[in-house]
Ligand binder design. Structure first.
Ligand SMILES: Nc1ncnc2c1ncn2[C@@H]1O[C@H](COP(=O)(O)OP(=O)(O)O)[C@@H](O)[C@H]1O
Ligand SMILES: [Mg+2]
Length: 378
């Protein structure tokens, strides 16, 4: 087992494509770390540098205590699962899983062993390990089948089994669920978390899907244009996003952003004013241009019971433009004057489209960002 670390790692493709820019990230031993960000932000490149499939232009890549920049991929003791998992089509499931183990044993076999009894022991050892992971992943029934006789989800489980069976120091997964349908994705997500708990192998998991990152990651590292934006536990990232980009990327529907100015000790958003949250340094910055961030779930139907007390300061009158039923709640598109906001409200609501209703904004949970740097003010 081992942790993984990036120390000031930069990767430049060609002359000037900076895919990863001065990345510093410590992934702890046995941790499940999710690298998340929009397409093209450098996730795959970062992962491939751990695997040794890309060379870092600058900086150090550590696995455990060892700097691995110059260690060939096969000696790094990692296993990688890709989106397009390539199984050997002519081999059955059993042989697909056993293949890597046999290859490795064969190598040491020629070096060290020349006895038939050892060959038998090795064969039995491989057999018990293949069957153990097949049981863990619930694919025992399919061991004799060829990949083409399996569903997409089953094939992905075989690919996982093939990676797990080697008991690597580190697991690298690059969007491994994106070819699965929605239901299977949720199921496999839970299975991967369970497997990680069972095996405790350090895992770096890449996805562009913020829900996957929130639900799977013990910690998540959010990247943008090759630059790490924030790395923390999901709850912390959600509650205290480091900047406007992270705030808008994490959460669905996304956070509302409204340009505003600090004026007279208030946040003046033009169509409405809100008090500055207690202790926020924006209080002393009269005239400062900010971006007010309000999560849809912090805008409440004032007519429904909640633990936010309505005051003249946190109540706005808003016209409900569109009400989208999701069953357990509604997504309401509302307008305060000319300012459009999205709110998620309980299905108990009595608000109706095209009418004006009072809404509460949970002041304790609003966010402020510097209009210029987009860094959170808190
Ligand atoms: N082999 C390559 N040659 C040149 N540019 C590349 C190569 N691989 C990736 N890039 C570029 O590097 C950036 C990061 O890519 P990538 O790591 O694949 O992002 P992600 O996995 O987050 O979508 C993108 O701008 C991409 O176009
Ligand atoms: Mg990628």
């Amino acid at each position: 087992m081992a942790g993984v670390a990036f120390k000031n790692v930069t990767k430049v493709y060609g002359k000037d494509v900076k895919a990863v820019n001065d990345l510093n990230l410590d992934i702890r031993d046995q941790e499940f770390m999710v690298l998340v960000g929009p397409s093209g932000c450098g996730k795959t490149t970062a992962l491939r540098m751990i695997a040794g499939l890309e060379e870092a232009t600058d900086g150090d890549i550590m696995i455990g205590e060892v700097r691995v920049n110059d260690v060939p991929p096969k000696d790094r003791d990692i296993a990688m699962v890709f989106q397009n998992y390539a199984l050997y089509p002519h081999m059955n499931v059993y042989d697909n899983i056993a293949f890597g183990l046999r290859l490795r044993e064969l190598k040491s076999f020629f070096w060290q062993i020349s006895h038939m009894a050892d060959a038998k022991r090795i064969r039995e050892d491989i057999d018990s390990r293949v069957k153990e992971v097949a049981r863990m992943l619930d694919i025992e029934k399919y061991l004799a089948r060829k990949p083409k006789e399996l569903s997409g989800g089953q094939r992905q489980r075989v690919a996982l089994a093939r990676a797990i069976v080697r008991k690597p120091k580190v697991f690298l997964m690059d969007e491994p669920l994106s070819n699965l349908d929605a239901k299977l994705r949720v199921q496999t997500r839970a299975e991967l978390i369970r497997l990680h708990r069972q095996l405790g192998i350090t895992t770096v998991y890449v996805t562009h899907d913020q829900v996957e990152a929130m639900t799977m990651g013990q910690r998540m590292a959010i990247m943008r244009d090759g630059v790490l934006q924030q790395c923390d536990i999901p709850e912390q990232v959600y509650q205290f996003p480091a900047n406007k980009f992270v705030a808008g990327f994490i959460g669905s529907p996304p956070m509302n952003f409204v340009p505003a100015v600090i004026r007279g000790g208030h946040i003046d958003a033009g169509d409405f004013q809100l008090p500055i949250p207690a202790g926020n340094p924006a209080a002393g910055q009269e005239g400062k241009a900010v971006v007010l961030g309000i999560r849809p779930e912090e805008i409440l139907d004032a007519a429904l019971p909640s633990n936010v007390v309505a005051t003249s300061e946190n109540t706005v009158q808003a016209k409900v433009d569109v009400l989208e039923p999701l069953g357990y709640e509604y997504v309401a598109y509302i307008a305060v004057g000319k300012t459009n906001l999205t709110a998620t409200i309980s299905n108990e609501t009595k608000v109706k489209e095209n009418q004006v209703f009072p809404f509460l904004i949970n002041i304790e949970r609003i966010h402020l960002f510097d209009a210029e740097t987009e860094v959170a003010i808190r």
